[in-house]
Design a protein around this ligand. Structure first.
Ligand SMILES: C[S@@+](CC[C@H](N)C(=O)[O-])C[C@H]1O[C@@H](n2cnc3c(N)ncnc32)[C@H](O)[C@@H]1O
Length: 262
């Protein structure tokens, strides 16, 4: 392997070191003030990830802006469920004339104030009923339906850089499509996915345990674009690569627009 290629395979060490730099001390400080947090590993992981995402989120969003705009703006409409809404970065890609309600699904409650602030600036708020923030995970489709008032309550499911983190991803995607999305509704995604080149996929598998512990469960080795396709029952399906992105990337992206049969 050439030196530039080898460096590329290790390039995420830079991100990992920044993540530790920005999140480690604040997390340790929280434990110092509240030692019982040591008994709650999930809460600790949320604290760590909220610092990581405050640092990385704006820059990742800026780098993804063209692809997010291409997949979200023309198609998101009606009741939009944003799976793993993070800090609400996707709100700016919504065409407000077409969206009646924005549902931010975000299990990390430390991110909710940012979602609320961003939504408010876009004219979406809970008092007016056009903003709903849910603290459950995407896998908990029963709670999503209960909160939103029944079976298949959503016109559009959006997922950007989140299907890499949800537990039981194949079951979760299937359940979101069958139980939460309306017939004729659309699933729109922009995700980093498993590389189809076996050599790069091996590196993705190699890094995933360390990466997922640092970045809130995110794995590099999930072919989520294929799993969406495998759900079946689509009237229309499109998957595309990001403009100008090397196919050799450890973070290879795919965008997709899937329309559920009516
Ligand atoms: C990399 S961030 C992406 C945030 C946002 N979608 C964006 O593009 O800016 C992944 C988000 O998924 C959330 N997440 C993690 N596990 C989840 C789950 N089980 N269900 C829904 N969201 C989850 C994380 O808390 C985090 O906010």
């Amino acid at each position: 392997m050439s030196l530039p290629r080898l460096l590329q395979r290790f390039s995420l060490l830079v991100d990992l070191s920044y993540a530790f730099k920005v999140a480690f001390l604040p997390t340790i400080k929280r434990i110092f003030h509240e030692p019982s947090l040591l008994l709650h590993p999930r809460t600790l992981s949320y604290i760590f990830m909220s610092h990581v995402w405050s640092f990385f989120g704006p820059c990742v969003d800026e780098n993804s802006a063209a692809e997010k705009a291409k997949v979200i703006t023309p198609y998101a409409q009606g009741v939009v469920l944003d799976v793993g809404a993070g800090h609400g970065h996707n709100i700016k890609y919504l065409d407000r004339a077409r969206v009646t309600k924005y549902v931010a699904l975000e299990p990390n409650v430390l991110m909710h104030p940012n979602i609320r602030r961003t939504a408010d600036a876009a004219g979406l708020n809970e008092a007016d009923g056009n903003l709903v923030i849910l603290a459950c995970g995407a896998e908990d489709t029963t709670s999503i339906m209960t909160f939103l008032g029944g079976y298949q309550p959503v016109d559009t499911v959006v997922s950007t850089l989140t299907l890499c983190s949800v537990p039981e991803p194949q079951r979760t995607i299937k359940s979101l499509v069958s139980d939460v999305l309306k017939p004729g509704g659309e699933l729109l995604f922009f995700e980093h996915v498993q590389n189809s080149c076996p050599h790069i996929a091996r590196w993705q598998r190699f890094w995933s345990p360390l990466w997922s512990r640092t970045f809130g469960g995110c794995r590099l080795d999930r072919p989520t674009h294929v799993w969406v396709q495998e759900v079946g029952g689509w009237e229309k399906e499109e998957v595309w690569a990001s403009d100008g992105e090397s196919e050799e990337h450890l973070f290879l992206h795919r965008s997709g627009r899937f329309v559920k049969s009516a």
